[in-house]
Design a protein around this ligand. Structure first.
Ligand SMILES: NC(=O)c1ccc[n+]([C@@H]2O[C@H](COP(=O)([O-])OP(=O)(O)OC[C@H]3O[C@@H](n4cnc5c(N)ncnc54)[C@H](O)[C@@H]3O)[C@@H](O)[C@H]2O)c1
Ligand SMILES: [Zn+2]
Length: 360
């Protein structure tokens, strides 16, 4: 049975939209109908997720003139312009017009590709996100960043394009591999660290319930994460300032992902180790109490996440990869650090020696 547990609103003037969180929302025909534009729908999913939830979503659609299922191969390596080309081919061949609705059913990869397809097909069509990984539920489906990868860089081709609604059905998480769930928890913990101390303390008390997918705490953690993200995006949609704080732990994390090869460490795992490093640096650079380090590492471990960078990464390798990251502005490395739990800021004056000491 459908149960709507929370409704949030991302406030962006005429582009504002609701984020629904609950159980069996995939099957909520009335709620879904409210956000369809015309009588055409294309559901974009992948070969893992479509068999799990495709039928349920399809049967919640009202009578349509045209419903197209586009099933992508599974994996980050398919988040490409070639995949995008196949999507446009199908949409055009089947006669989708400007009043069609694209629904993304899947994790962040599907959401990012489908979102960019929606942003660009016939100069932009109605778009609905139905995220099915914890990471996509608390992060990628909210905020309107859409993209595909280019051989020369991740997420290099894309657009800011907000959905008309986000449907977060927590029941979808039951089939998610535990490692993917943990990776999503890294981003959940991030919201507490950068801007919500009470939530961070709450997470310490509820982490095992979250891993066990207890519905009350799970819906609560997703709601708190999305409302933190929505607040930041509402203030700084295009990342002129505040939104950069969402990259906490990510500059270190991206270096780890690159060094290990994409897929060996999941993004959330690399971010977890990155957050531990950034928090450690916050002690020496920003006066964060050292007593915060051990509880953070305990929380990350309890979430099933690493707390240390890979053994085989040297300080020199880190520094080189971090210099290449897009967060370097005018030659200065910009990092997000914490003055306190829940109080992050951008710094660009960490010395090479301090980084060397941190990473050795
Ligand atoms: N747009 C943004 O703001 C933003 C933010 C963060 C990340 N991202 C992007 O998101 C992507 C990562 O997203 P992700 O972590 O969701 O990875 P993903 O989309 O690759 O999903 C992880 C795996 O879980 C499978 N899966 C999805 N839902 C499932 C379910 N309910 N049950 C069983 N299996 C399921 C997927 O098929 C895949 O194999 C990256 O491409 C990243 O760049 C975008
Ligand atoms: Zn991230």
């Amino acid at each position: 049975m459908t149960v709507l547990m929370h409704t949030l609103h991302l406030e962006l003037g005429e582009r504002s939209y609701p984020i629904y969180i609950g159980r069996e929302l995939l099957a909520d025909a009335a709620l879904l109908s409210r956000h369809l534009a015309g009588r055409q729908v294309a559901i974009i999913s992948n070969e893992t997720v479509a068999p799990l939830f495709g039928d349920k979503l399809r049967s919640a659609l009202p009578e349509m003139d045209l419903v197209t299922d586009i099933v992508l191969p599974d994996g980050e390596q398919y988040k490409t312009m070639e995949t995008l080309g196949h999507i446009y081919d199908r949409l055009l061949a089947e006669g989708h017009n400007r009043s069609t609705t694209i629904i993304a059913l899947g994790g962040g990869v599907v959401g990012d590709v489908a979102g960019f397809a929606a942003a660009s097909y016939q100069r932009g069509v109605n778009f609905i996100q139905v995220p099915t990984t914890l990471l996509s539920q608390v992060d990628s489906s909210v905020g309107g960043k859409t993209a595909v990868n280019h051989s020369l860089g991740k997420n290099m081709i894309g657009a800011f394009y907000q959905p008309a609604a986000v449907f977060i059905d927590i029941d979808t998480l039951h089939s998610l591999p535990p490692r993917e769930l943990s990776a999503g928890l890294a981003e959940v913990i991030k919201y507490g660290l950068i801007g919500d101390e009470p939530f961070y303390r709450w997470l310490h008390d509820h982490i095992s319930q979250l891993r066990a997918l207890e519905e009350g705490p799970l819906a609560e953690a997703i709601e708190r994460s999305c409302s933190n993200k929505a607040r930041v995006v509402a203030e700084d949609e295009r990342e002129a300032g505040l939104r950069a704080l969402l990259n906490f732990g990510h500059t270190f994390g991206h270096a780890i992902e690159t060094a290990q090869g994409y897929g060996n460490w999941l993004h959330g795992e690399a971010v977890a180790a990155g957050m531990a490093l950034a928090t450690r640096l916050s002690v020496s650079h920003c006066g964060l109490p050292e007593s915060e380090l051990a509880p953070l590492e305990e929380l990350l471990s309890a979430a099933g996440l690493p707390t240390r960078a890979p053994e085989d990464m040297s300080a020199a390798q880190f520094l080189e990869l971090m210099q290449r990251d897009k967060k370097v502005v005018d030659g200065r490395l910009r990092l997000i650090l914490l003055d306190a739990i829940g109080a992050a800021r951008v710094v660009d004056d960490v010395s090479a020696e301090a980084l060397q000491a941190l990473l050795s």
